[in-house]
Ligand binder design. Structure first.
Ligand code: HH2
Length: 270
């Protein structure tokens, strides 16, 4: 398998397919297998390099589901997507193992290998790609009172430590990308500071994946203090800001629009 930077040249779009009833922006839309499969196929037609299939919501306040329920949601979808590039959004080794058997090529773990002690071994022995994401706290409580002395420096040193951990567990560095985890235990101000200083994460030397699409900070900066999602134009602006600072993979719900915006940004000589 090639290095992740060869498989996903900058910019690459990752389409989000949440097979959940309760995800923050598309909960219920793809909960039925057939709907999830159709969405994934449409996203690839629209230019997604990969689709990220998830069976558990990590929205602020969510409780989590069992491995059995997560498998019940995602396995029938993956069984029908063997001809489509798939990433599995899970924190559980049991779910990742089955997804990899069904052809997934990337494991997207929002706990950065801190959730399930067996996940690192599953990724190492499969040769899959891995995304390590920063999160302060856990989804149920992460937005209660996130605190940092220096958000960008702390996220960078966390990701550097988790990268070391993954490599020590036998996962080749060239298979790994890093994600600052927008919205995972961060206030609106902290998310925007992190976006402005994304170069400090890029400087770690691994491809950076960003998930800014529809995040609530985008709705809140537009003036609604209770927003739980952000609109598409705000998502596109945030993606372009991240692209400008070196982000490589863009995890998004609206694939066509992001592909168009990023294609224009990438055509500008610099
Ligand atoms: N965001 C979400 C879920 N998984 N994975 C990575 N690597 N980066 C992210 O920013 C990220 C992620 C949350 O978004 P979504 O999947 O739309 O919602 P939910 O977690 O409620 O299913």
């Amino acid at each position: 398998m090639s290095a992740i930077e060869e498989r996903f040249p900058r910019p690459s779009v990752m389409g989000v397919v949440n097979v959940t009833p309760d995800s923050f922006s598309d909960g219920g839309v793809n909960f039925e297998t057939e709907d999830a499969v159709a969405s994934a196929r449409r996203m690839v037609e629209e230019g997604a390099a990969v689709v990220d299939v998830g069976g558990e919501s990590t929205r602020p306040g969510s409780e989590g589901v069992s491995a059995k329920e997560e498998l019940r949601r995602i396995a029938p979808v993956l069984e029908r997507l063997t001809d489509v590039p798939v990433s599995i959004d899970t924190t559980k080794s049991e779910v990742a193992r089955r997804a990899l058997e069904l052809g997934a090529e990337l494991v997207n773990d929002v706990t950065a290998l801190r959730g399930d002690p067996e996940l690192a071994g599953v990724v190492a022995s499969s040769g899959a790609y891995l995304c390590l994401m920063h999160m302060q706290g856990e989804p149920r409580t992460m937005q209660d009172a996130p605190t940092y002395d220096d958000v960008a420096a702390e996220v960078a040193s966390f990701l550097e430590e988790r990268l070391r951990f993954a490599v020590d567990a036998g996962i080749p560095e060239e298979r790994i990308c890093l994600d600052p985890g927008f919205g995972f235990g961060k206030t609106v101000e902290q998310n925007f500071e992190l976006l402005g200083r994304l170069g400090e994460i890029v400087a770690l030397g691994r491809p950076v994946l960003v998930g800014l699409s529809r995040k609530r900070s985008l709705g809140r900066i537009l003036g609604d203090p209770d927003a739980t999602t952000g609109p598409l134009p705000a998502s596109l602006a945030a993606a372009i800001e991240a692209y400008e600072r070196g982000a490589v993979i863009f995890r998004v719900h609206d694939v066509r629009e992001h592909v168009e915006a990023l294609t224009v940004a990438a055509a500008v000589p610099r």
